[in-house]
Design a protein around this ligand. Sequence first.
Ligand code: SF4
Length: 199
Amino acid sequence: MNLAEPPNTLHVTEIFYTLQGEGTWAGTPAVFIRLAGCNLACAFCDTDYALRSLESIANIVARVDQLGGACPMVVLTGGEPLAQSATTALVDALRADGRRVHIESNGTIFTELPADVWLCVSPKERVDARIARRADEVKLIVDRRVPEEHLDLFTEQSTIFLQPEGNKPSNVALAVDYARAHPTRFRLSLQTHKFIGIP
Ligand code: SF4
């Protein structure tokens, strides 16, 4: 997909109000903005990040207000949310609107972010070391193996989440065994929203 876009507009897949299902903030109400497009093509990817609309930043902020009301938490996800040039302007607009912005990234595109932005990095085939250092949260996807090759980049973080791909029982068992074998550094993260049928 060509991600070139007019200034102050973004390619959007969907915007919805739900609960964060994964990681540190699991169970917390949040408005999700799924930005279209990704710079990777992971074999296990089951995320629909197709382009549905081209939206101005003002329209996106207004939609967040409409859906989430006073909800403080907004999650930018994808696809890869840092792949679009206007994403940082959207972050600033949401912060100016009083939101706490979270970003879920594959960690490949280095971007300067304000200190109050919560950055979750889920490494795939490669990671930018500067993004790895900046990450507030790390989520390793366990898909038949724990991707240990990324661990040396995440020495700043005391905890790393292991998230079984697709909640598959074999991946869950692998993640549980690994966490029990390394009890001071790893925690299990399940996609709890999928258990209860919310997006
Ligand atoms: S980085 Fe994430 S969204 Fe992009 S292809 Fe991989 S799994 Fe899918």
